[in-house]
Design a protein around this ligand. Sequence first.
Ligand SMILES: [Zn+2]
Length: 207
Amino acid sequence: MLIPIHEDMTREALCDCVSLRALEVMIAANCKQDSLRGQIGHDEYHFDNNAIDDGHRYISEQRGLVTSSLLSSEVFSAWSAFGRLTHTAQDFYAHTNYISMWLNQYKGTPPVPSEIDPVQKSLVESPSLHSGKIYIPMDVFYFVPFLRKLSLALLPRDSHGRMNLDSPKQGSNFAYARAAAVKRTQYEFEILEKILTPEMFSKFTER
Ligand SMILES: [Zn+2]
């Protein structure tokens, strides 16, 4: 998703859960994943190129890092790890076909975006789950405004360019991706509440 959207979603999901100082560190770490260094060779940060297992593994690793950082009283590292985790968790909905599979379950009028279940087990584990492949050079041309139309005409259906729900420009499914990403961010926070001791959790939240 676009960087300002990651920022907004993270703020919306966590502003009542952690201190402002913690939130700003988390947002900075989240958005940094979309820097050039975070884009090249890091499909797992964004669930790109069908890196489904690698994306899930990256989320688990960062969750582990939250715990180990708190154990050694490195609270800034814990916040950064959680920020990176939220980026990947949010991109899951923008870069995979989870949203279209979820909507396909409903005939006629689909539920409103706020009703989306971001962790429906049958979909998360579905063999049909896949993410947009990066086709070079067309998926690079996609980011050049005057070449976007041409690249979209030439890109296959399973490309990042054709599949992504990175911004409202991608149509009505974006609202579902955004709602799912905000809920998933809160869900990831709730996992921490369950696995951390009360002392570690209050250190993490500064509440
Ligand atoms: Zn990303």
